[in-house]
Design a protein around this ligand. Sequence first.
Ligand SMILES: Cc1cc2nc3c(=O)[nH]c(=O)nc-3n(C[C@H](O)[C@H](O)[C@H](O)COP(=O)(O)OP(=O)(O)OC[C@H]3O[C@@H](n4cnc5c(N)ncnc54)[C@H](O)[C@@H]3O)c2cc1C
Length: 469
Amino acid sequence: MLSADRLEWVGGWGEVLGGAGYVFRPSTLQGIRAAFGEAEAGGVPVALRGAGCSYGDAALRAESVVLDLSRMDRILSWDSDTGIIEVEPGVTLRRLWRFVLGDGWWPPVVTGTMETSVGGCLGMNVHGKNNWARGPFGEHCLEFDLMTADGELRTVRRDEDRELFNAVVGSFGMLGVITRARMQMKRVVSGFIEAKAVSAPDLETLLRLTDEAKDQWEYVVGWIDAFARGRKLGRGLLHFARHLEPGEDAEPRQTLRAEAQDLPEDVLMMPKSAMWRLLKPFTNRSGMKWINRLKYLSGATLGEGAVYRQTFAEFSFLLDYVPNWKRIYRPGGLIQHQSFVPVDQAEAVFRRQLEACQKARQPSFLGVLKRHRPDDFLMGHGLDGFSLALDFPVHPRRQDRLWGLVRTMAEDVVDAGGRFYAAKDAAIPGELYRASFREEQVERLLALKAELDPGAVLRTALGDRLLGK
Ligand SMILES: Cc1cc2nc3c(=O)[nH]c(=O)nc-3n(C[C@H](O)[C@H](O)[C@H](O)COP(=O)(O)OP(=O)(O)OC[C@H]3O[C@@H](n4cnc5c(N)ncnc54)[C@H](O)[C@@H]3O)c2cc1C
């Protein structure tokens, strides 16, 4: 019998989906086994959770054991000559980069927030602003330990067990618990990057400039003003960045210190912890329309062509600048829809997405563009194309309409041979998600699931929705 003392509300990061679960926070392998034992005795499934940064229902399930791995956060070994680190799954990217930077290393792939955990990053096979160049997070993992629901532990090496490795990474915690990961860091010679800001007056230019930049820069990310219409549809700002070469930083010892990377405490002379309160009154259609417009116009005039140096943390973790910014979306919360579309279809599909949002009077408050490449993970979302991530506020009374809009956009993506990013998703119907893969990919995942977890112990609300119960 599971104790009611363990019941907690477990929500998605976007504060839309959630449910009460029996939360276990083990700090040892024995603790994980004990949680599986209690779930079995209580007759409920187990949902894995890292830092809980997935927007929707990926790391939760109501009336289940929620195995929160954030306390398994030890750094097990570090070789500063080779840049190979072994960590437990709860180590966050914040902890990781702060640990390795002083020795001249940096995680080759990072997310827009540093609060994600290594286990969650492998579970979703996250991508960075350099996805077309470095691939997803899993490409920099050399091996991991996997505990299956029966408590068995096995080591899975990328070179020796390629099929299982490529299936577990990105299969959102459906096959087992990653309890240890061995990762390769990237060599860096300075804590600064050189960045350049460029504006694009329309979608076609935005996509073209992104594509051209990828041969010269390590990182490229675009922001789209999703309110702009007509000829200006899809206009936006691009930021390119590259690591410095040896000799370009006069004081590398200083800039490679973790403390030198700390994000500023104030933004526009305000304590950043208070910023979300300032933004809250503008979090509606007309306020966001003006914020997007001003952002574009100031970028296209004052910022146009500017080349500047920034710390890695400033460039990489832009979304951490304003702590708790998601609170501007309360009480309804937010969802994101991130679709990946092949190069030749991207302009047409994204144009239709932006127009559909405007027509439905549900324009995205924040649109982000990235460039990607294919990878060989079983459930990979990468392809030779672009992704557009669109944030939407959720108003409970209009939720059905928003879910309908996501469905319309998703159907178009599937027709164009595109994919979706499950970590950000809350609303895609399972049949469309499955249709974005070749049939044999989903079948292979389900076959592995039946082999490694025959009792279907590992389940999340996302897994139930996308793969079927
Ligand atoms: C502000 C913000 C910015 C973001 N930017 C990006 C970005 O730039 N690129 C990007 O790709 N994503 C981005 N994300 C999404 C985020 O990176 C993913 O949702 C990631 O999976 C979150 O990691 P987590 O540790 O919070 O995992 P959780 O959300 O807790 O879990 C993610 C999945 O992994 C599974 N899982 C967790 N731990 C383990 C484990 N030890 N073993 C096996 N499975 C496990 C869970 O069951 C779940 O399905 C962003 C999210 C936020 C909130």
